[in-house]
Ligand binder design. Structure first.
Ligand SMILES: NC(=O)c1ccc[n+]([C@@H]2O[C@H](COP(=O)([O-])OP(=O)(O)OC[C@H]3O[C@@H](n4cnc5c(N)ncnc54)[C@H](O)[C@@H]3O)[C@@H](O)[C@H]2O)c1
Length: 318
């Protein structure tokens, strides 16, 4: 466990960030930096007023935001990003502005302040449509098929350069699909929202056969911390699960969560059966490196979806 540190969490009011802040705040000093574009106050309400937690509203694309951070941080957990892969083909500049420029600003801040360590949330989308499945960290060439994936790959390059130039030690985590409480969007939300409006029919983007590996947020943040603490050099590591869950199976799980039977599924067919342009149909990361660091997930892929569906449904209905 990380303890006794002064930590900046960008995107700390978002899904993964708020879960991370919740876990770390008791043993560390935490500063949450978020522009609240996707994240929300509700996610961090349990932390409000705690002595160990500071919340700063600010935009990482604006360099001046960082002037407001006066602390001496030991570690940055950089999670702030445009996290929505789906809109890339419509708004091509968003990933460039928020993810590329924003991450550059974070790195420049770390350089100026001589902050030695970085945990960074990259993504399975950097691999593009990989021919090797499960995809290991050594796979290449990485050719993303979304501007989101392209922005994360660019981030990785900048981060590794700053490691080489200035010794800022990174652990780059390439996440599969992370699910759980406080999430802000994604397939489970999409289905819960649609079924709330109409509980007899469900529109499913694509042909329903898309398969990805899902990891519960508790496993994700546990693995991040363990691997960061065990590693002394820069590292790139996939975080995911050994199995995959299809979109159709997720629909079944969400219907079960809501106690719904006989829901008629309407598949949009999408672009080549994908949910949207840039969607990868089959994504599964090799998790051998994660396992070699000693992390073992508590929940499998289906189990993670099931647990997340219950958690999100509870949050949406309470
Ligand atoms: N959830 C997943 O399945 C998944 C998979 C791969 C990678 N990631 C990455 O993990 C990180 C966290 O993702 P998440 O699922 O928690 O998403 P999220 O959208 O819930 O969290 C991102 C947070 O960043 C904040 N943010 C966005 N733009 C900002 C800006 N310009 N300045 C300051 N804050 C800004 C948002 O308000 C939000 O709170 C992201 O970098 C995302 O790309 C997530």
């Amino acid at each position: 466990m990380i303890s006794g540190r002064n930590i900046l969490i960008t995107g700390g009011a978002g899904f993964i960030g708020s879960n991370m802040a919740q876990l770390l705040h008791e043993r560390n000093s935490i500063t949450i930096l978020d522009d609240f574009s996707e994240g929300n106050q509700g996610n961090i309400n349990p932390l409000t007023g705690k002595d160990s937690v500071t919340v700063l509203k600010g935009d990482i694309t604006n360099e001046k935001t960082f002037d407001k951070l006066k602390e001496n941080f030991d570690l940055v957990i950089h999670l702030a990003a445009n996290s929505d892969v789906r809109t890339g083909s419509e708004y091509t500049g968003k990933d460039m502005d928020i993810n590329v420029k924003g991450t550059y600003n974070v790195l420049e801040f770390m350089k100026r302040k001589k902050i030695p360590e970085l945990m960074f949330s990259s993504s399975s989308t950097v691999y593009g449509e990989a021919s090797a499945i499960p995809t290991p960290e050594t796979y290449g060439p990485c050719l993303p098929i979304s501007t989101y994936g392209a922005s994360k790959l660019s981030n990785e390059g900048f981060i590794w350069s700053y490691y080489h130039y200035y010794g800022i030690r990174p652990v780059i985590y390439r996440f599969a699909n992370i699910v759980g409480r406080n999430s802000t969007h994604g397939v489970i939300h999409d289905f819960l929202g649609k079924l709330k409006k109409n509980s007899s029919e469900l529109e499913i983007l694509g042909d329903g056969t898309q398969e990805k590996s899902y990891m519960h947020v508790d496993d994700c943040i546990g693995a991040m911390i363990l691997i960061h603490e065990k590693t002394r050099e820069g590292e790139v590591v996939n975080l995911g699960n050994a199995a995959r869950t299809s979109v159709r199976r997720i629909a079944d799980i969400v219907c079960e969560t809501m106690g719904l039977d006989n829901v008629k599924y309407n598949f949009t067919g999408g672009f080549e059966g994908r949910g949207w342009k840039g969607d990868i149909k089959i994504a599964q990361l090799s998790i051998d490196r994660m396992l070699s660091h000693g992390w073992k997930n508590s929940y499998g892929s289906d189990e993670s979806v099931y647990k997340a569906s219950q958690e999100i449904y509870k949050q949406r209905t309470s």
